[in-house]
Design a protein around this ligand. Structure first.
Ligand SMILES: C[S@@+](CC[C@H](N)C(=O)[O-])C[C@H]1O[C@@H](n2cnc3c(N)ncnc32)[C@H](O)[C@@H]1O
Length: 285
């Protein structure tokens, strides 16, 4: 295991091969807040494999094979509610054995993270999405795969006294300020839903549990770190991936250029293509 400093220089597609980082609180609180230390992980994450097939229009079916599943599961996406590189990154970081654990998935979309958690043995799985269409699609996907998932549209429907062992979130987090649809829109700086999730952690994460959050380098990481620090949440980086910009980012490109100049977000241009870096952040109280 060896460490490397995550800087613009390490922003290469080869960073795809990097796995797990450990970044303790002291490092997170250092002046290099946006340069977490990462290390190559020697032990493998669970094997998970996605294939997709277009059904009609923007409806696709994703076949997900997981080493812990006896047969593949099928996730239907559509109506702007999809499966993305962010989705896949979070799904492969869900711990393989959730027997006896309670799990909540904030911003469930197609329901994929909640369904995977439920099928990995969680004793209780709650999925939350503000979008009624997403809840309906996710409920159909859960029933299609025989996964026991409870659905809610508002996080406040969960009692303050309820504690979860594992909280999951792949947030809508592009800094689009309404320029793109709600599935991806994280508000002006991209961090509106991230902050809601951190507050959810404060309220409903058990002291022995942890949360997993996908965070793009297109959102100011130092603001997330400050917000977490103010709430006494401990952050560490457990996985990362470099992924190319998707076509629809063209509508927020000017905004991203400006945020890179003024708010310290990061992305790489290489051979005419732009790349963002995705982190999986582990959160504990
Ligand atoms: C990027 S998608 C992630 C979907 C899915 N979890 C995945 O991994 O593919 C974000 C989801 O969060 C939902 N969302 C946005 N704001 C929300 C909020 N305040 N409360 C709950 N869900 C929200 C959106 O409707 C969308 O389905």
């Amino acid at each position: 295991m060896y460490n490397t400093q995550l800087t613009q220089d390490t922003f290469t597609p080869q960073a795809r091969d990097l796995r797990v980082c450990s970044c303790d609180r002291a490092q997170m609180n250092s002046s290099e807040e946006t340069s977490p230390t990462v290390a190559k992980k020697l032990d493998a994450l669970p094997r998970i494999h996605f294939t997709s097939e277009s059904i009609s229009g923007d409806t696709e079916i994703y076949v997900v094979e997981h080493e812990e599943f006896s047969s593949p599961i099928e996730i239907v996406s559509g109506a702007g509610i999809g499966v993305t590189p962010y989705t896949k990154l979070l799904a492969r970081n869900i711990p393989s054995n959730l027997a006896g654990q309670s799990v909540a998935d904030f911003g469930t979309g197609t329901g994929i993270q909640a369904i995977v958690a439920s099928l990995l043995g969680a004793k209780k799985t709650v999925a939350i999405d503000i979008s009624a269409e997403a809840v309906s699609l996710a409920a159909q996907n859960a029933s299609r795969n025989g996964a026991a998932v409870e659905f809610k549209q508002q996080v406040n429907e969960i009692p303050e006294t309820e504690e979860f062992d594992l909280l999951l979130c792949n947030p809508a987090s592009l800094p689009s300020d309404g320029l793109i649809g709600h599935f991806f829109d994280g508000g002006e700086m991209g961090n509106a839903m991230i902050f809601r999730f951190l507050d959810f952690c404060v309220r409903n994460l058990s002291s022995s549990g942890h949360a997993l959050l996908v965070h793009t380098s297109l959102v100011p990481l130092h603001l997330t770190q400050e917000f977490a620090r103010e709430r006494d949440l401990d952050l560490s980086f457990v996985d990362l991936e470099v992924t190319p910009f998707r076509k629809f980012y063209s509508s927020i490109l000017e905004r991203l250029h400006s945020m890179r100049r003024h708010h310290g977000i990061q992305y790489l241009e290489k051979d005419g293509d732009l790349y963002e870096l995705l982190y999986v952040i582990r959160i504990q109280k």
